[in-house]
Write a protein that binds this ligand. Sequence first.
Ligand SMILES: N[C@@H](CCC(=O)N[C@@H](CS)C(=O)NCC(=O)O)C(=O)O
Length: 222
Amino acid sequence: MIVLHHLEHSRSQRIIWLLEELGVEYDIQRYERDKETYLAPASLKKIHPLGKSPVITDGDKTIAESGLIVEYLIRRYGRERLMPSEDSDDYWDYLYWMHYAEGSLMPLMVMSLIFTRIETAPVPFFVKPIAKGIVNKVRAGFIRPNIDTHMQHIENHLNGRQWFVGEQLSGADIQMIFPLEAALNRGVDGSRYPNIQRFVNQVHGLDHYKTALQKGGPYAYA
Ligand SMILES: N[C@@H](CCC(=O)N[C@@H](CS)C(=O)NCC(=O)O)C(=O)O
């Protein structure tokens, strides 16, 4: 039996969506975030040394990293669905988006979140303008221009396409939904990127996605 170690309000939500699309049996082991630090509880470290979510166990295997989890589940249980054939050109596009989601896009989203935290952290009044100055400089000089470049890249790719790769839903869409939800949640204006907004709305309308939301519990991004 597959067990998903699922942290509330996290990228683990997309693994529930995938499990629903696959129609396999699974259990969800839930973890709540610390109310102050927003970090995962220490008990997750018993499952995997980094203590991050998602992690799955399947029999005697423990698998971390959402990209690998998506790959594993689709290859093992997909019955040739949800990924292009390995001898097609689409396959390389598929792998590109699978790696890009966590390799390039998510670090930017996490950085954006960290800088918001720094800006709103309780600090002595005389430190506040200094902290704010640094945050504004990094935002204007690095975070915002990079997010714009990435959003435009994705927007152009989705132009005239319903899904990230080929004509059908694939693991690439499942990997990409979380960073796009996070971007829209962290101030990216969906009206500037209509293809991205349309893609996210389309996913939010899917029955399996909606079922996954009900099963996953608290999720601030949909
Ligand atoms: N690249 C990893 C990132 C895992 C990760 O950072 N997960 C977050 C959830 S969105 C987490 O567990 N955060 C809680 C913490 O760091 O304590 C993946 O894709 O699985």
